[in-house]
Design a protein around this ligand. Structure first.
Ligand code: ACO
Length: 443
């Protein structure tokens, strides 16, 4: 697969930022600039020079790495994968092509795209013995718990692809990446079928990525599920829009695990676990639960928003650490949601509630002042619901979409020229040194 050399971030020798210490000493901090000119103070030698560390709980002001994959300008609502605006990719590309772009850095040529698709097809099946693993989990296990376990288990069944790294690019990266991206879809569909006590449906070579997933979910042994093109298009769009989002919680987790030299499957499994929480990928499930509760309470959204403003609730699918403007993915998904429901002739009352909540929140000073806008999760759940994906699988769908991003970031870390384990510091706030007390002397 093609490798692309990107211009390295420049360290401008001048000007540097000047930090004045309490003892009057000056320290010069080099200024790094990204491709788009965004500045960062380089503090890599700060502790050595001053004895101090920086404190930034939640990392809101900390660049943890240099990365070529995704650019976001949260103030302007810009998102680009490898330089390509998300709006253009959403309109012209599809998930598999975008996955290639995210992982390898360039849009594939026709032969490259065909080879990547073929690799996905070849690797769609899971090891037959893995099916027994599903059997040993409770039927009602949460799909994210299962997904995390199964992605990690890939290292057991495909050990030749699970090489712990840090010794340069391995020969089988392409196969490992395709295995993960393809099998995660089979694992998800299989988990769903087994949770329902339905026979497992195997992937078909003739179907594309999204059609194959929907076939494994909804076909039965006697009848193939004829997927309406509008449905596979909508799924494609959702996956494409989730393909990467730079240093979010799960991707940073993947990079953190990768930095120890852990293999791709172990690192991706850690991403699944981090994604599960409702402040992150779990928000798409939480949004539908919130909309349903508002609907059941016969609230028009006003009461819920009032409670969110006094901190008793959180308007799920709203707000973002980076976007202080409309999340560009939410704009695209909101429109696609409307189109899908129209084409399917579905009338979903939750969409009306979502639209109402959005208009109340966007004209309320509480949300306006805090720059809280709908994020990607606000409408994605309504699309997934219309497609027939059960609500407890929504975050799994996010994980399928995010896999290319995790693979790309794992690759950046694992094959970095100068591997370095991620190891932040802390400010210790516990007790100072004290002597051990025998148990009889403790009160
Ligand atoms: N509803 C109501 N108030 C909110 C919301 C919300 N969704 N989000 C933030 N706020 C308020 C906070 O209470 C806080 O108010 P204060 O200044 O009066 O204390 C202020 O806005 C800033 O909020 P923070 O929590 O500091 O913002 P942060 O950047 O840390 O959090 C987050 C971002 C976690 C996404 C938050 O906005 C949130 O919880 N949103 C709902 C969950 C959600 O949709 N998550 C998905 C994010 S996108 C993704 O991961 C795919």
């Amino acid at each position: 697969m093609n490798q692309q050399a990107f211009p390295a971030t420049t360290t401008a020798p001048d000007p540097s930022a000047r930090l004045v210490l309490p003892d009057g000493r000056d320290v010069l901090l080099p200024i790094l600039r990204g491709t788009e000119g965004e500045p960062a103070f380089d503090i890599t030698r700060l502790r050595e020079q001053t004895g101090s560390i920086t404190f930034d709980e939640g990392y809101a002001n900390t660049g943890s790495c240099q990365s070529n994959v995704t650019y976001i300008d949260g103030e302007k609502g810009i998102l680009r994968y490898r330089g390509y605006p998300i709006e253009q990719l959403a309109e012209h590309s599809h998930f598999v092509e975008t996955a290639y772009l995210v992982i390898y850095g360039e849009l594939p040529t026709r032969p490259q795209r065909a080879r990547f698709s073929a690799l996905l097809t070849e690797n769609a099946h899971i090891h037959e013995r893995m099916v027994y693993l599903f059997e040993s989990y409770p039927r009602d296990a949460h799909p994210m718990a299962l997904l995390g376990a199964m992605v990690n288990a890939l290292a057991c069944y495909y050990p030749h692809l699970a090489t712990n790294t840090h010794f340069g690019e391995t020969d089988n990266f392409d196969e490992a990446a395709a295995t993960l991206i393809s099998k995660v879809r089979t694992i998800t569909a299989m988990a769903y079928r087994m949770s329902k006590g339905l026979p497992v449906i195997y992937p078909k070579r003739s179907l594309n990525y999204c059609e194959n997933f929907l076939h494994m979910m909804f076909s039965d042994p006697y009848e193939h599920f004829e997927c309406p093109p509008v449905v596979s298009r909508a799924l494609n769009l959702i996956l494409l829009l989730h393909a990467d989002h730079e240093q979010n919680c799960s991707t940073s987790t993947v990079r953190m695990v990768a930095s120890s030299g852990a293999n791709l499957f172990a690192s991706a499994a850690s991403g699944v676990c981090a994604l599960w929480g409702p402040f992150h990928g779990g928000a798409n499930q939480a949004v539908i639960e919130m909309l349903q509760a508002i609907h059941d309470d016969k609230d028009d959204g006003t009461r819920f928003v009032a409670e969110a403003k006094v901190g008793r609730r959180r308007l799920m699918g709203f707000g973002h650490r980076i976007y202080r403007n409309y999340d560009p993915r939410a704009k695209i998904i909101g429109k696609a949601c409307e189109e899908l429901l129209n084409e399917l002739g579905v009338k979903d009352p939750l969409l009306d509630i979502a639209r109402r909540l959005e208009s109340i929140a966007l004209s309320d000073p509480y949300f306006v002042d805090r720059k809280l806008y709908p994020n990607v999760d606000f409408y994605s759940g309504i699309i997934l619901r219309a497609i027939g994906i059960p609500i407890n699988m929504f975050t799994v769908m996010f994980a399928i979409g995010r896999m290319p991003g995790w693979v790309a970031h794992w690759r950046e870390v694992a094959f970095a020229g100068r591997p370095r384990i991620y190891r932040p510091r802390q400010i210790y706030t516990g007790p100072s040194v004290r002597d051990y007390l025998p148990v009889d002397l403790r009160e």
